[in-house]
Write a new protein. Sequence first.
Length: 145
Amino acid sequence: MTESVWGIHMKEMCKEPVVNGFIGIGWKTMRNLSDLPDDRKEIRKLIQIAYPRHSSYTAGSDAGVLYRFLYGVSIGDIVVYPDTSKPDRLVHIGKIAGDYQYFPDGNPYPSRRSVNWIAHIPRDYFSESSRSSISARKTFYKIKK
């Protein structure tokens, strides 16, 4: 079986995920995401309850992020984290090493998966099309190219 390749954006953090070996997403209002069902439509309904101001489109998009983070990614999959902090602007590449965990410690990313980071490459080393594919606007997304 071939590993999937995922991209993640963690705008409120820079080095901590690399130093501590994790990727994370926020969603503090949703609390422990392990309670969410393995059903994207049901997750969407729960998002609409927790975030009543979200449009139907936004709730659907958000449900996709949560679903992928919980049920789409597998241990051994590749993850790409472009750190946008200057001056380094490194792209960190790792392998997912653990299942979902919840850390309600006040951190902006309480929903996490452990990662074994294997490479840290300057962003400028990537082609323009590669940089574009890791610059998606979603929090957690599948990289297809």
